[in-house]
Design a protein around this ligand. Sequence first.
Ligand SMILES: Cc1ncc(COP(=O)(O)O)c(C=O)c1O
Length: 395
Amino acid sequence: MFAKRMESLKVSAIREILKITVNPEIISFAGGLPAPELFPIEEMKRVAMAVLNDSGSEALQYSMTEGFLPLRKQIADRMKDKLNIDLTYENIQIISGSQQGLDLSGKLFIDEGDVILCESPTYLAAISAFKAYGPKFIEVPTDDDGMIISELEKIITKTSKVKLIYVIPDFQNPTGRTWSLKRRQQFMELINRYEIPVIEDNPYGELRFEGERLPALKSLDSKGLVIFFSTFSKIFCPGLRVGWIAADKKFLEKYTLIKQGTDLHTSSISQQEISKFIELYDLDANIEKIKSVYKQRRDIMIETMKKEFPPEVNYTYPQGGLFLWVELPSHIKAEALLLTCLEHKVAFVPGDSFFPNGGVENTLRLNYSNMPEERIVEGIKRLAKVIKEYNRIKA
Ligand SMILES: Cc1ncc(COP(=O)(O)O)c(C=O)c1O
């Protein structure tokens, strides 16, 4: 009955298990949800009223596939200001969350059997989005400085049909790592040499708590090969489902064409509300608030991990974003650990699902944005207790 592509799309057992984390008794570090108490609800009530008063009939009408023009201009201005990326509104396509950009990219670039290169590990839902188009994933090894460029070059030189490279250089999901400046420069040198399109997925770049801001790959892109995705989900409100693609026109025109067939356009009213919020309020001040809360939550999580985790457990120290990554002693299987943790009412995502080709069982991802501090302390204590039990069994 179903298309062949559905054979590769399996319901994830872990995702099904994690559905129980909606139970408020469970301290969940599993999702990637922003802190809902930071949503500007009162301001958005006024914004919604202003949009309906000023331009209600357009906000409720069909609109252009490319997106709401004033918002495209605001995004282009912000990108210039924040990221030193000099583009105009004509290089911006609004999409229904950057997740839609991933699906559109699969549709645009991938024939069955084509190769996508990505970081190992990479964003779980990018794997699912691309998988529907039947690619072969080749995982490029990474370390604390990002993708290892010598490994990337080896893979490129011995692989035919590399169609796309997918990367998250800033506060990566799932590891929280950020690529060093040197890696960014080496990466772009290589890309320019081999001329392979790159998706730079950047939902977290503006959520830097400390350290120096590093240039986006797009700002180093002299040949127009980088297709930059970002979103209002993590710097504002994910429920509005508004993100954007910033790219050279040769790519953008194609994205517009396939988006038209997918959903005609992103919600007119959501786009207008974001545009109005930026006009009436201070989006940067909102981002500052988010950063200061997430920084405190990261600090308290790491402090508690330092005290409670056995020394054999390693973890990343993200300078921004929403996640950190834990590496357990190799004999501990994160999926089994999760089942025991759920009995103790604490949850995380086992790392295996972030590796497109699987096979890494002793890692896990923790989210720190969505739980208040006292729940983070309690949750990490519970997790540490279970890890210690598992560690003792081996000893
Ligand atoms: C790396 C990455 N890309 C894309 C997305 C999807 O974001 P959006 O809400 O804009 O669809 C996420 C969400 O967690 C993400 O972490």
